[in-house]
Design a protein around this ligand. Sequence first.
Ligand SMILES: *Cc1c(COP(=O)(O)O)cnc(C)c1O
Length: 570
Amino acid sequence: METWKRFTQDQRIAYFSMEIGLKAEIPTYSGGLGVLAGDTIKSAADLKIPVVAVTLLYRKGYFQQHFGADGWQQETDIQWQPEKHMQRLPTKTLVTIENRDVKIQAWLYIVKSPTGGEVPILFLDTDIPGNDEADRSLTDHLYGGGLELRLKQEIILGIGGARILRALNFAIKKYHMNEGHASLLTLELLNTARMPISELWSENNSWNMKKLMDQCVFTTHTPVEAGHDRFPYDMVEKIMPPDVPVTLLREISGEDNLNMTILALKLSSYINGVAKRHGEVSQSLFPGFKIHAITNGIHPFTWCSPFFVNMFDKYLPGWANEPELLVRVDTIPDEEVWENHCGAKAFFFQYIKEKTGKELNPDLLTIGFARRAATYKRGDLIFNDIERLLEIGKGKLQFVFGGKAHPKDDEGKKVIQRIIKQAEIMSGHIEMVYLENYNMETASYFIPGVDIWLNNPMRPLEASGTSGMKAALNGVPNFSVLDGWWIEGHIEGVTGWSIGPPPTETDKEVGRAADDLKDMYQKLENVIIPLYYDDRDGWIQVMKNSIGKNAYYFNTHVMMRRYVTDAYIR
Ligand SMILES: *Cc1c(COP(=O)(O)O)cnc(C)c1O
């Protein structure tokens, strides 16, 4: 039997995502969204939930990050060989783009769990002889190019993805759109219902509409404007397959632009945000739709340092597939938690030394900050009052930073540049490193290898945030603005610490930066630094609480069970 055929025996959830991050060697992700998708699929495999995932291949990846002497980010393509990781399937499908036929092939990657569970992923690829030369590079870059390329990629993902599943004989029970990028798949479902869209949409055909909607689940991931794709209709008319009725599309998904979020909202029967707060924020952004909330997670085994894997295996066997067991973290002796943390820290510092030549002091309280360098995340906030920072931190703190800016995001690149320049200025007073090319591999050393995980986004723009959950699992407490998942995970002084005031109904960031910063400095000086240096037992208790009260719950096993009961089986 050909390899994919065993996956076509029973009905599956089709999980569509523009990016999926499984490991650094498969560079088909840019940040949290893609890593979440990968973690989701890994937990689905562990739990034997019947899923098939669909994404694009990106032969040149997202990009490799370098810094010029002036601290400005430069990008190069990543060269990788899909054939080393996955198998090309012979079956192909077609979509029409700009009135040309574009052939699509799929590469099969199988996520295999130690439990015996398996989830197939189809990576779609247009680099096929016979395709127009320009069309062969459509699936080369993740989030590269302009709006037209984005629309073409979303046609390939949504329409092409639904078609290839059919061509391969998959039986699909639900279509889960991980963010709006995939929402064109609804058009393909309308199309295959063999009913003119106008009839499906009409009053007396509400039953058909309901049947279609019952198949669709939509997860929205960000309240940030740029996260919601909009395409002008003249572009849609030029690029989209001719059988797409644009007049009707206007009715469904926005009069001015084709709004992919609205399209997904209108045609899904279950819609959710990615943390409780984000559910509420999305509800106010999209009144008229019922928005649920399922808080994101992380895949426990993937994000646990080898030091902590050994420790958990010894004291809490079975934890990786039943992370609820972490609630019993207090059965682990304090010294072992501390020693294993020091091991992860030493390993990371060795890595830093090899990469940058810089030797950090393992005895100093080390603050980590790494994530996409989007401006709302305010990576450079801590530098807004250098004198105060020196007063608090000299001889007591050191910092490690990391993260890529989108190639077109000059503001994000300025943030990185500012951090790199500040790091040079502070050298000799407070040591700081900005690590190049943050990805899933570096993250796996980085996060467990610092003492505290800093996050200070503009609220309410951090929909969930998942790196803080990776930190918690490794006994690295969070020090974060109360936004996203941290509103649910935070118990002051117990699981970590907040920055700034609690969230309010009408949160708008205006005027908050100064208050957040004051609180951050104040808490470092009066609470965090004294606890770390003067009460090690107290510190270790916070580490343990981050495991027993955060990590046991904020993981993709718990999350997937919620998706099954709330969204998939309904
Ligand atoms: C987990 C992860 C992220 C997400 O970080 P946030 O702080 O949640 O934005 C981004 N990039 C990589 C490489 C990750 O592993």
